[in-house]
Design a protein around this ligand. Structure first.
Ligand code: TRP
Length: 445
């Protein structure tokens, strides 16, 4: 049946890998700065609603397409609906995963550089108030960002090289529990700080006026797609390595709950510290690179230990997500070009890393790449976050809701004749597409 296609060794291995894909820079770096910028609790509430109303149904849709299609993202659409235009959703997915990985590797490289600088003592020696310069000097450099991007991507390529079981599954079985442990220790420490109450209020007590601001909704949907790795076939690809017995709704529910918990606990780790030391939660993408190092510096000697744990945590989380992004292209190339895994991994990995160089060099400094007045990295981030991810998600939802035979779609999820199955179908037919269309509209105009 599976023509010798690779498969996960265990169901748990698949869930951990899917959680590994979902939990990444999105939950820590991106979640914390978007939440900080969007005013805290009101955003969090809308975000959680989006996760359950749009994210969960679309995730289950991706799982069903992948498992039924038994192929990469393009091949899966083609297998289920041969000759139909739905496959555009798959092609869009390969392109988007390529674009995201190109800048994801750059930001992950920054994280690894911070980890390295804390290990060597260089970051710990920066004077208080000096971290903005420390960060800006680094990302504006001509060689540093590229070096660390290459370093990170080399590790990603090495893991994908070893395949589904020995590379992806094994690494996630080690990383995910470790990640949860470090995160809980750090969050527990944050709760003992003086500003814990204020931090928690920022995160959990909504300012009702924020609900009138459309940009909060668009940020919430964008964040929901990004954090669940939706809209471009990473989850389709991972589900294609599943055997027929696995229950997809349980797996989807597990991934959504764990991913959301990781984000909320990351918030509990970050905001109390930010308030305790009187820093600004709305300081944008530099939040974990400038604000948190200030926090670590003010903690005294223990701060360096926390900093090392923290950046190690973020690096591991980024690694398991980057793996899933690369796997989308690798599995596509293996089928399309008839390449071996090793060959596909090296070629796709090297090309995407090279394409990331303009992003690595776009943050100030002598060689700054800009296009349409935006630094290249921000441009690629905006294109994917605002347009291609939601568009990919729309294709997926419409395909499962309207393009695919309803009986088959329900059968694949094991939800035939159940209320949950009907609810899911209507969410995927109406609610999710309507929500996505509205956001696309807001983003375009
Ligand atoms: N979800 C990951 C994160 O939160 C990033 C990621 C991995 C991703 N694969 C993806 C985002 C696919 C969008 C689409 O960091």
């Amino acid at each position: 049946m599976n023509n010798g296609r690779e498969q996960w060794a265990t169901k748990m291995g698949f869930i951990l890998a899917a959680v590994g894909s979902a939990v990444g820079l999105g939950n820590i770096w991106r979640f914390s700065y978007v939440t900080g910028d969007s005013g805290g609790a009101a955003f969090l509430l809308i975000y959680v609603l989006c996760i359950f109303l749009v994210g969960l149904p679309v995730l289950l849709a991706e799982f069903s397409i992948g498992r039924r299609g038994q192929s990469d993202v393009v091949g899966s659409f083609n297998n289920i609906a041969p000759g139909k235009p739905w496959v555009i959703g798959g092609v869009l997915g390969v392109l988007t995963s390529f674009l995201i990985l190109s800048f994801y590797g750059v930001i992950a490289g920054w994280v690894v550089y911070f980890l390295y600088s804390y290990l060597t003592g260089a970051a710990g020696a920066v004077e208080q108030g000096g971290y903005a310069d420390f960060f800006v000097n680094f990302i504006g450099g001509a060689t540093g960002p590229v070096f660390w991007q290459f370093f990170f991507m080399a590790v990603v390529i090495a893991i994908v090289f070893f395949g589904v079981k020995k590379g992806i599954e094994l690494s996630n079985r080690i990383f995910m529990p470790l990640l949860a442990l470090i995160l809980i220790v750090l969050a527990g420490y944050s709760l003992t700080l003086d500003g814990a109450g204020e931090g928690l209020r920022f995160l959990f007590t909504p300012d009702w006026s924020a609900f009138g601001d459309p940009s909060v909704y668009s940020a919430a949907v964008g964040q929901a797609f990004f954090t669940l790795s939706l809209g471009m076939g990473a989850m389709i690809t991972y589900a294609s390595y599943l055997p027929k017995e696995t229950k997809l709704p349980n797996a989807a529910g597990g991934v959504v709950v764990l991913d959301t918990l990781f984000a909320i606990v990351a918030g509990i780790m970050i905001f109390p510290a930010v308030f305790t030391f009187g820093l600004d939660p709305a300081s944008g993408p530099g939040l974990i690179f400038i604000t948190l190092p200030e926090v670590f510096a003010q903690m005294g000697t223990g701060g360096t230990v926390f900093a090392i744990l923290f950046f190690f945590l973020v690096a591991i989380a980024a690694l398991s997500s980057a793996i899933s992004l690369l796997e989308v292209s690798v599995s596509y190339l293996m089928r399309k070009m008839n390449w071996k895994r090793q060959q596909a991994t090296i070629i796709a990995g090297v090309v995407v890393t090279l394409f990331g160089i303009p992003s690595a060099l776009s943050q100030g400094g002598p060689l700054t790449f800009t296009l349409f007045d935006l630094p290249f990295l921000d441009l690629v981030d905006t294109i994917t976050d605002k347009y291609t991810l939601p568009l990919g998600g729309l294709f997926i939802a419409l395909f499962v809701g309207w393009g695919w035979n309803q009986v088959d779609a329900l059968k694949e999820t094991g939800l035939t004749d159940s209320i949950i199955g009907m609810i899911w179908l209507w969410f995927i037919r109406i609610i999710a597409p309507a929500g996505i269309l509205w956001i696309l509209f807001l983003n375009i105009f």
